[in-house]
Design a protein around this ligand. Sequence first.
Ligand code: PRX
Length: 646
Amino acid sequence: MSNEVFPVSPEWAARAIIDEARYKALYEASLRDPDTFWREEAQRIDWIKPFTKVKNVSFDPKNLHIKWFEDGALNVSVNCVDRHLKDRPDQVAIIWEGDDPKNDRKITYRELHAEVCRFANVLKARGVKKGDRVTIYLPMIPEAAYAMLACARIGAVHSVVFAGFSPDSIAGRVVDCDSTVIITADEGLRGGRKIPLKANTDEALKKCPGVTSVITVRHTGGDVAMQAGRDVWYHEEAAKVPADCQPEVMNAEDPLFILYTSGSTGKPKGVLHTSGGYLVYASMTHQYVFDYQDGDIYWCTADVGWVTGHSYIVYGPLANGATTLMFEGVPNYPSTSRFWEVIDKHQVNIFYTAPTALRSLMREGDGPVKKTSRKSLRLLGSVGEPINPEAWLWYHRVVGDGRCPIVDTWWQTETGGILISPLPGAIAQKPGSATLPFFGVKPVVVDTEGKVLEGETSGNLCIADSWPGQMRTVYGDHQRFIDTYFIQYPGMYFTGDGCRRDADGYYWITGRVDDVLNVSGHRLGTAEVESALVAHAKVAEAAVVGYPHDIKGQGIYAYVTLNAGEQPTEELRKELVQWVRKEISPIAAPDLIQFAPGLPKTRSGKIMRRILRKIAEDDFSNLGDTSTLADPTVVGDLVDNRQNKG
Ligand code: PRX
């Protein structure tokens, strides 16, 4: 915890879209009369048919529904592309920076329009219609944005799968939403290494009999297998269609996309976002939180495979007619100065990244940063996990030369956009705190019994009422939506995060209170990693917990019980790590595996994760009551054999 306060500078207060007085007045108005507030804010986008109803929401589990602007009609791609053709056709919409610093591209709004239309026409030619689900498994290339916007144009629902996921993970997501078309590329490139995307897709499709079309973008030119009838090259199909495509008229509550994310139990769930409310919220938060003003060059380093890429690389910035930078590579290739070199090369003004990237770069010292200018920078942002004050201060002093405010933005896949964050011209920052709620957002801190806690306190974080960017359901499983978010604390949305509220009303997010891990800002369920481990022929049982990790924030600690007769060897340990990489993704690979002859279980057979977490954290003093365990002696064995942190 840091007690330092970084006040809003007079220059920022003067130039920002929202200053302190405006923040206070608008925040108050947004809670007092949400209908009027959101009716006005929703005018920021173009409606084909104006809405008359603003909000129709109930958080009552027996009658749960969330609808915004429900009788309005719009097209999201028109808002992100066509409407800018009048004022800024030749402004750059997307700056693409390749993995190799020699490769870059600039796409104007006029070009973006033609590319999106062409992509939409290719999808139509492959039989895609309004309401169909399309899976996108692409690297960070402009075609990812074209494909997303093309789906939006024709009313198809995209499901972007992060290009780091394995064939099995792709297959699960394709089957869950029943998508018949996949868009991929020959290969991806990251840090000079090739990722076999088409080959992964081919492998996945052995388990997806429903897929009839694979559209492959040629990116590296690498050799790939093409299956006649099913697989087509994007560039060949694009040459056959016109660069103009009539947009579909979409209801505000028609689905825009599904994005799979990990929960505390079971397989990843398909978070469903709809069109009108999501776009209003993404556009508004992008403008106010980043104080985006005409002409700014904005760079979010996330991947389009995650929600940050959806809301703050593609939809928010493009709805605002911004110039958004899309980066294919990694922070340390070809050198650890890469981020800062890209900032200088493209004169980036607003930079948004994750604490894990900062921590890994901080380790290299100030030199790689200081040799670059970074004069263009005006604002810095952080997202994905709590930022430790040390990393915050380094970001501020070294990267931003003490000149740039930092917006520590707290939100989730489920929330569609930022819910708690400083507005840089309005709210003083405290390193490590996401500070205060955005307009219309009412955070509530509750204890485990559901009692609402007032004033300076800590507990679980809920949100008392809806905001337009909120997810609407879990695709194909509405009951799971209700059970996950609305049962534990009736009448509120439960975030799954713990938090502290200080005497100034600032929120400090302390991390997940459920069995969800946050590893390098990537969200993973312990249950997913466990089921991958037990799928290995030699494993009888597995329990996975998180532990504090200097760079990743959280590391993955797996306790593994082997089948009778199997030997716990170093080889097997390595094999299990490789196994999980292949089953899920390299991001899910356990950092530490402890072979455990027995796991601490209650007499009813429930694994006591609390104890496993303590042991993984090296906190043996505080193991709590172990007398209720079926076999209390296992705890002593686990402590004795705790895997060396190395
Ligand atoms: O625990 C919180 C953490 O990331 C979780 C959401 O993960 P995901 O849905 O993958 O979305 C990440 C990008 C928005 C949250 O429940 N989290 C996200 N941002 C922050 C954060 N924790 C602390 N501070 C943040 N700024």
